[in-house]
Design a binder for this molecule. Sequence first.
Ligand SMILES: O=C(O)CNC(=O)[C@H](CS)NC(=O)CCC(=O)C(=O)O
Length: 277
Amino acid sequence: MTSVPDVDANFASIDRLLTAATANVPQGEPHLVVLPECCLFFGGAEKAQLQLAEPLGEFSLGSMQYRLAQLARKHRCNLLAGSVPTIANNGERFHASSLLFSDQGILLGDYQKLHLFDVQVNDNTKSYLESRYTEPGNKITVIDIGGVKVGLAICYDVRFPELFRALRQQGAQVICLPSAFTQVTGEAHWQPLLQARAIENQVYMVAAAQQGEHVNGRRTHGHAMVVDPWGECQVIKPDADGHGLVTHRYDQQLLSQVRESIPVAQHNRFSLTFNPK
Ligand SMILES: O=C(O)CNC(=O)[C@H](CS)NC(=O)CCC(=O)C(=O)O
């Protein structure tokens, strides 16, 4: 997507994309659609995201969350909304939350971005300070969808392989990575990072992405793709307005075969610790 700082306009784009994404899905098969980071609001003032933030809908859904749930029901797909703002610290900050809705519109799980992008980049933005308004999360999330374990991570998280190893150790077979990579870092690092995480953990990486030039002049890299556990990539072909989708079928046999032939989980001699602050 090339999301804009206009929630309604992004919802209209998502509705159109979901129509296309679900057109050829066989009845009764579990289907997961992954949207990019900041799918509902991107390219505006960062502070605006704070104003949009809703409480995490554990008991009742906020209005953006409700609309996402309705879309999941309408299109009969499990829907991962890559990072929407949820309230943190009594409204002083927000979490970049990934929310996973079932095809019945039930909130199945959530994840808050753990690693924040406070980074200097040689582009027209120069200096990114995500932690200005965003509160990092403190948990790891793996969710079962139709018998397949789906782990969640967001964008800059992809540079921290320990998170992905932890997700694999918690059973992940698919890892979703909604992203808004910068054009400069994306050109150099996006695909090799995705392939590395897929190959070393023997998982599918489903990497949705913002792409193109946004209203505030920010440029994102795009090249959304699915990488299979062998490292093979299926890359998106966006249409003229920068939107697009790529579809891939989950192959349990391929995953098992890769894990059996190269048993890294058994050979690994390191153990992990996670320090939530
Ligand atoms: O700020 C927002 O509105 C939404 N958030 C983002 O776009 C985030 C944080 S600025 N982007 C990234 O994490 C890019 C990572 C990246 O490009 C890399 O790791 O190289």
